[in-house]
Design a protein around this ligand. Sequence first.
Ligand SMILES: Cc1ncc(COP(=O)(O)O)c(C=O)c1O
Ligand SMILES: N[C@@H](CCCC[NH3+])C(=O)O
Length: 461
Amino acid sequence: MNLENLPAAEPDGSLDGLWPSSARRVGGEIAIGGVGVSELAAEYGTPLYVLDEDVLRARARAWKEAMDEAFSRLRGADVYYAGKAFLCVAVAKAVAHEGLAVDACSEGELRTALAAGVPGSRIGMHGNNKSREEVELALRAEVGHFVVDSLAELEFVDSIARDEGAVASVMLRVTTGVHAGGHEYMSTAVEDQKFGLSIASGAAWQAVEKTVNAPNLRLVGLHSHIGSQILVVEAFEEAARAVLDLRARVHREIGLELREVDFGGGYGIRYTGGDSAPPSPAQLASALASVVASHSAESGIEPPRVSIEPGRNIVGPAGVTLYTVGTVKTVELEDGPRRYVSVDGGMSDNIRPALYDAAYTAALASREGEGRVRSRVVGKHCESGDIVVRDVSLPEDLAAGDILAVPATGAYGRSMASNYNHVPRPGVVAVRGGASRWIVRRETVEDLLALDADYLRRGED
Ligand SMILES: Cc1ncc(COP(=O)(O)O)c(C=O)c1O
Ligand SMILES: N[C@@H](CCCC[NH3+])C(=O)O
């Protein structure tokens, strides 16, 4: 393979690059947030997620400012940080400080946001299969709204709200039929998938009628999420029009003006040097505002307040994963040698290459290297699909003990991490202005064995 085709992986200090904008080589090694990777690896160990807190905040702020500006002459806007991308108390506090609300889709995410001091009114409660406990907790926390995916769940939430003596504010998640997303498993608005109430089949309308007649539900808006890692504006515009058409029908046929529409998340990022820059928050916000303004002018209906739910685009580029290189071996192939570089993590800390065939890049981070060799970075798990970076050119003199850095791993790394092969999940260290601190502690094998009932009883019989 021509090495020139392999993605470049060097930090370039750009704001919309693969790396946190603070990342740069200092004395040959990469520093992030002013902290060298060797220092981080020595103090915290590897594998290690590193989160540049200033970049996280700056990206959250960019979305808030873009939406405020674009919708200033309409009915305003809210930005919900999609906790599913990565959430802990520190991240919830950081995004809330920048004026964002938070989306939760489980008890754990909801409790994390509440523990961070996010008011219930600034939390959206998602999930296609909410438990009774989750609905009760969300009602008692007085969340801003529930996002409901099914007729069955409308009855479920209605009944629990009645038991609680409450009225639940509901946004109906509708399926617009818009196909978008970086992978089939990330497309969530096509007809044949588990999320949302189909507009085309009439299920969405049925849900509208059911909600407006439910004594303990208040229909406050419509929600749409079309997919993830989307790199084009048009898909969002198409979906927005479909949602606004349904809102206009509700106004026309029921006389109800729904105050809010939520266009979901899905805004893509760059993962390798070969990826083009995605649309900016300002471009996306302006495109959505144009659709809302023109639809309002055409329909004669007051525009709604608009919300969106970015996750990856906020936290993804703020994160870098550090690994220590272990065994290195070269495999002779027909088109030339490929060097397999094994690291101390893998699919347990980044499932995305195995699950979505997602591409990443990497750089030798602890020092500058010499020469370039076609390489594949692989994990330590018992799976041939345990690949972290499928193709990247890395220095020829790379060796065991070196530190590798994989950029753009702030989203859907730690939040999707597993304990496959009984491997503990890495912790997350926030860096900022030359300082570093745990924001999620590293799991240990002892933590895992403590869940093994008979392990705890060993030696008793
Ligand atoms: C309902 C909903 N909102 C927001 C998001 C966040 O998506 P992304 O991280 O791609 O912005 C997701 C995940 O795809 C989602 O399912
Ligand atoms: N987990 C997906 C993003 C969410 C897709 C659907 N909600 C990823 O890692 O890209």
